[in-house]
Design a protein around this ligand. Structure first.
Ligand code: HEM
Length: 505
């Protein structure tokens, strides 16, 4: 965050506003101590607020208003909380939108001299990766083709649930539901990326799935501990940092090996990979890796870096959203019953859901949206401003990193009626609960050219999964105390979500 005062980089319509705006230095925020800034607030009481930044920033929202700043050692933070400010930030994101660095990921890549992918890449490097992969991951026609594979993984998950229910003998409950759901998202995203099953649900899991899975979960867990702290690991190779790097090494090693196998398979099937695929080539029938390899625009290292990041971005985001959906359903039998009625009116005679049938299930989409609204796995996204702007009346100069607190907007009573209440019908167009609101008030996947590249995959895999689970089971939540949110890179339940699955027929 820099305190440049120049107004020359502003969008024309902002220039006038800037002249009347309050100066950047007047943006309110907590008291900062020399050198450490606000570090103590984060780490005191055994890191209470490091694990729950959403509570800290919610209290700052109440105390300081819609815009506030903070500083942790040398990390300067600026937070905005209104959809109007989000829109201004996105408008000023420039040609190469930049969220700012995810330091632990970047430091590992730079120390090991490995290519960056879409998640952490910048400028042309980022744009090139997105232009190759967007088509395959965001075009609905291409994504629809994955329904069959997604259903295969879900069938394995359901068998796993049934097997574990017998083993665990807890009256329908699973002793480690979160692990099962993580395996579902891991196996699904890998089956999309590598066009084959890795075997996370085999009994026992295949060694490669086991090693890959353990490494991705460990990387995500340790990143969660490192990301809110200044990057001391850049200079001190602690035991934790070395362990972290060794998990990344495993991901790159296995990811690279799977890509090589796919390349060899394609070559032995007679495909000429030196012939570049035209960007307008029909792609619906091609799998992800053959497509990316055939485009010939990314080097092997870039493909590996991208695939690892897609997996990193796709495992705990979808898994945690599903954990929250199960929690909502288990705690609200009326919502569950309505959902069951809708799903069973669309799916007849044991038919599996796909991208077309879920379009006829608006209530299902509403349930998932409510989970994303009240329990967004990413409580914020950020942009480094390419231009000067005015946010909530303050002049904010170009190059400032601004955090858009999606979590706070989504719980704002002035935007959502009965904001803390779960109302899937608020998302149904014809419903009386639907009201017109600023489109930036709900952006769980971000916005613009840098929005989540896995959005369509995530939506489809989650819709199909919930439709299948609700068709098969009654979902009963056994948590007695209300489940809160804790921060582990993504916002996760602060206690195990305890679900008993009761067979419907
Ligand atoms: C419920 C599921 C998910 C949610 C809520 C979610 C949310 C997000 C958000 C908020 C961003 C930042 C967007 C921005 O700054 O505008 C993002 C980026 C990203 N997500 Fe997701 N995501 C989910 C699932 C996935 C999946 C399944 C994948 C992989 C296929 C994935 C891969 C990525 C990647 C690679 C980026 C970085 C894109 C870029 O910077 O160009 N996400 N996601």
């Amino acid at each position: 965050m820099q305190s440049k005062t120049a107004t020359t980089t502003a969008i024309p319509e902002e220039e006038e506003k800037i002249a009347d705006a309050k100066p950047f230095s007047e943006i309110p925020g907590p008291k900062l101590y020399p050198i450490i800034g606000n570090l103590l607030t984060l780490i005191k009481n055994n890191g209470y607020h490091q694990k729950r930044p959403h509570l800290l920033y919610s209290s700052y929202r109440q105390k300081y208003g819609p815009i506030f700043r903070d500083k942790i050692v040398n990390m300067k933070l600026l937070f905005v909380t209104t959809p109007e400010d989000f829109a201004t930030v996105f408008k000023a994101e420039g040609k190469y939108p930049d969220r700012g660095p995810t330091m632990p990921w970047i430091v590992y890549r730079e120390q090991r001299k490995k290519a960056k992918g879409v998640l952490i890449g910048k400028g042309e490097e980022w744009r090139k990766s997105r232009s190759v992969m967007d088509k395959k991951l965001l075009k609905m026609k291409d994504v629809s083709a994955y329904s069959g594979r997604m259903n295969e993984v879900i069938s394995d998950l359901i068998s796993h649930i049934k097997r574990k229910q017998i083993e665990d003998n807890l009256n329908g409950e699973l002793s480690n539901l979160q692990n099962a759901i993580y395996k579902w998202s891991f196996e699904t995203i890998n089956s999309v990326l590598f066009s084959k099953r890795l075997g996370a649900f085999n009994d026992p899991p295949t060694p490669i799935a086991e090693k890959f899975y353990k490494s991705v979960c460990s990387v995500l867990n340790i990143t969660g501990n490192l990301v809110l702290m200044p990057p001391f690991y850049k200079y001190f190779k602690t035991k934790q940092w070395k362990e972290y790097c060794s998990y990344w090494d495993t991901l790159f090693e296995i990811g690279g090996k799977l890509i090589d196998e796919e390349r060899n398979r394609l070559l032995s099937s007679g495909l000429d990979l030196s012939k570049k695929l035209e960007s307008n080539h029909r792609t619906e029938d091609m799998e992800f890796l053959p497509y990316v390899l055939s485009r010939g625009e990314l080097s092997d290292e870039e493909i590996t870096g991208n695939v690892i990041e897609l997996m990193g971005g796709g495992v705990d985001t979808s898994a945690n959203t599903i954990m929250w959906v199960l929690y909502i359903l288990g705690k609200n039998p009326d919502i569950q019953e309505k959902l069951y009625q809708e799903v069973s009116s669309v799916l007849k005679n044991g038919q599996f859901p796909d991208s077309q049938s879920v379009q006829k299930m608006p209530y299902l989409k509403g349930v998932i949206k409510e989970s994303e609204r009240l329990y967004p796995v990413l409580i914020a996204t950020s942009r480094i401003l390419a231009q000067d702007v005015v946010l909530s009346g303050y002049h904010v100069p170009a190059e400032t990193r601004v955090y858009m607190m999606m979590h706070l907007a989504a719980r704002d009573e002035s935007i959502f009626d009965e904001a803390t209440k779960i109302k899937p019908e608020r998302w149904i167009r014809s419903s009386s609960s639907q009201r017109k609101r600023n489109p930036f008030s709900f952006i769980p996947f971000g916005f613009g050219p840098r929005m989540c590249i896995g959005r369509r995959i995530a939506e489809l895999e989650m819709e199909i999964l919930i439709a299948r689970l609700i068709s098969e089971f009654r979902i009963d939540c056994r948590n007695e105390k209300e489940v809160g949110v804790t921060f582990r890179l993504v916002a996760s339940p602060d206690q195990d979500i305890r679900i008993a699955f009761q067979q419907r027929n």
